[in-house]
Design a protein around this ligand. Structure first.
Ligand SMILES: *[C@@H]1O[C@H](CO)[C@@H](O)[C@H](O)[C@H]1NC(C)=O
Ligand SMILES: *[C@@H]1O[C@H](CO)[C@@H](O)[C@H](O)[C@H]1NC(C)=O
Ligand SMILES: *[C@@H]1O[C@H](CO)[C@@H](O)[C@H](O)[C@H]1NC(C)=O
Ligand SMILES: *[C@@H]1O[C@H](CO)[C@@H](O)[C@H](O)[C@H]1NC(C)=O
Ligand SMILES: *[C@@H]1O[C@H](CO)[C@@H](O)[C@H](O)[C@H]1NC(C)=O
Ligand SMILES: *[C@@H]1O[C@H](CO)[C@@H](O)[C@H](O)[C@H]1NC(C)=O
Ligand SMILES: *[C@@H]1O[C@H](CO)[C@@H](O)[C@H](O)[C@H]1NC(C)=O
Length: 436
């Protein structure tokens, strides 16, 4: 007898009004089903992290689909599928009034079948409508991730369901778990995980260019790419990072515009844009030339904090009138942006050459590296051997299933399986993957 608990989900409910994330629970945390009927998640110090608020409930059951259902015998009082947080699992129905939330980002489905990603519940930085060849009025569209990796939209007026997106490893036979997740970087992705466990791989992303996610680098943050990943920086040294250890928190002016010594001026940032999406884009876009794009922002009649001349042949200029600026810089962008700052202008030093110089300055002879690496490896091997001798030689099983183990797995986000034998002594322990 081998019981596989392969994918248990508890997609915790976040009241739309309380748009805060649930804090991670430490290894001392527990999930309790109280006699009052509430299912409660408490952390190591006994503080309530989440409560289902289901007074009068008599059962909490995890269905085969992964849906956790709390009921009072006659009615379902709460279910994890009806209360998604940031993740949608296969067979979970996502309808028009539901949202996936991650920090300031929200994913939703509209009545006409549009999928959209919004920042601060207003700026729509990604939207995908129904394929224009589908010409029907939808009644109550529902989005579902089929376990084979297809994201489909179904409706009573649609048959068969319409394909919206698919996982690049889409396959009828492959043994993969897939989830649709709104990450805290504002991108919506399909992840695939081999059933044996292991790492999750991104198989689809809504926003192909991460730097186009609004506010990804915070206010006045400028997103760019180095070889391997996105980098958040500031427009110039007239700004400083809000948190030097986390570029995503954005930047702020060192001197605020109302306390300039002398009158404000415009900093020029080549190959960059100030992102502008609906609904603001319509009131921010003008058809004026390059130099007017700069001077109108500096001294025009309306409030302006930054501007971009698209230089793509359309003559469009974006005048940013809200003091929240999300920037993107890349050598491939033809546009030029201007940021209003106090003098004197302090452009960023050319970054690549600066880094190369620093690297050269600290160059260590190769033999030193080899010796250090070998020494470290030998040390680790010795340490691990010692630990094994000390702890595990007399202990055939490694202590079985502990809450700590479950929570470690939870932290890694990977599904795990336990044999029935491992679970039996702990049948009063509910092991859950808490996707928050
Ligand atoms: C439990 O949560 C409370 C309230 O959020 C917090 O103050 C406390 O540090 C947490 N304890 C642990 C062990 O995480
Ligand atoms: C279960 O809950 C429903 C809805 O709240 C209520 O109408 C019903 O009376 C409850 N049943 C029992 C047995 O408490
Ligand atoms: C999702 O919706 C379909 C069609 O309405 C329904 O048959 C199915 O039971 C629903 N699934 C869940 C888990 O509620
Ligand atoms: C975010 O939304 C709130 C409430 O709708 C609004 O007051 C605030 O100005 C918005 N922030 C930005 C930077 O747009
Ligand atoms: C729906 O999405 C399409 C793009 O796919 C867009 O052109 C249209 O304006 C959207 N409609 C709404 C109401 O957001
Ligand atoms: C729209 O549907 C048609 C016919 O089903 C298909 O050929 C086309 O590729 C679809 N377009 C998109 C953008 O999915
Ligand atoms: C790219 O940026 C990441 C994150 O800032 C950093 O860890 C990595 O070393 C950078 N890579 C290069 C080639 O500069």
């Amino acid at each position: 007898m081998f019981l596989k608990i392969q994918f248990l989900f508890l997609t915790l409910f976040l009241a739309a009004t309380v748009a805060t994330a649930i804090d991670p629970v430490d290894s001392g945390g527990s999930l309790r089903f109280l006699s009052s009927g509430s299912l409660r998640l408490v952390n190591g110090s006994g503080a309530t992290v989440w409560d289902s608020g289901t007074a009068g409930a008599t059962s909490a059951a995890l269905e085969d689909s992964g849906n956790l259902v709390i009921s009072n015998g006659t009615s379902i009082l709460w279910s994890s599928f009806d209360n998604p947080t940031d993740t949608l699992v296969p067979t979970q129905n996502f309808s028009v009034r539901k949202v996936l939330t991650s920090e300031s980002y929200v994913f939703s489905l509209s009545g006409i079948g549009n999928l959209s990603l919004k920042w601060n519940n207003s700026i729509v930085y990604w939207t995908q409508g129904l394929n224009s060849s589908v010409n029907v009025n939808l009644e109550s569209p529902v989005l579902t991730l089929a376990s084979i990796g297809l994201l489909e939209l179904s409706d009573v007026n649609l048959s068969p369901p319409v394909l919206v997106a698919y996982s690049s490893d889409y396959d009828k036979n492959a043994n993969f778990f897939r989830v649709l997740k709104l990450d805290n970087d504002g991108n919506l992705r399909i992840y695939s995980t081999n059933q044996g466990g292991g790492t999750s791989t991104v198989r689809w992303a809504a926003v192909a260019d991460q730097c186009k996610v609004y506010a990804y680098c915070g206010n006045y943050g400028v997103c760019s790419y180095n070889d391997s990943s996105t980098v958040c920086g500031c427009p110039s040294e007239n700004f400083e990072m809000v948190d030097p250890n986390d570029g995503r928190k954005g930047c702020r002016r060192k001197v605020s515009l109302d306390s300039c010594q002398g009158s404000a001026t415009m900093l020029t940032l080549d190959h960059s844009v100030v992102l502008s999406y609906l609904p603001e884009a319509s009131s921010e876009t003008f058809f004026i030339g390059l130099s007017a794009c700069r001077t109108n922002c500096l001294s025009g009649s309306r409030a302006c904090f930054a501007s971009t001349s698209l230089s793509d042949g359309t003559g469009q200029c974006v005048l940013r009138s809200v003091d929240f600026v999300s920037g993107y810089q890349d050598p491939s962008l033809p546009s030029t942006s201007y940021f209003k700052v106090c003098p004197p202008l302090a452009p960023n030093p050319p970054s690549s050459s600066a880094e190369t110089v620093r690297e050269r300055g600290s160059k260590v002879p190769a033999w030193v590296v080899v010796v250090v690496v070998l020494g470290t490896l030998l040390g680790l091997v010795a340490l691990e051997g010692g630990l094994w001798m000390w702890c595990c030689r007399n202990n055939k099983r490694f202590g079985g299933l502990s809450a700590q183990y479950a929570l470690l797995e939870y932290a890694s986000g990977a599904p795990v399986q336990f044999s029935y034998k491992e679970l039996q002594p702990h049948s009063n322990l509910l092991v859950l993957y808490v996707y928050t």
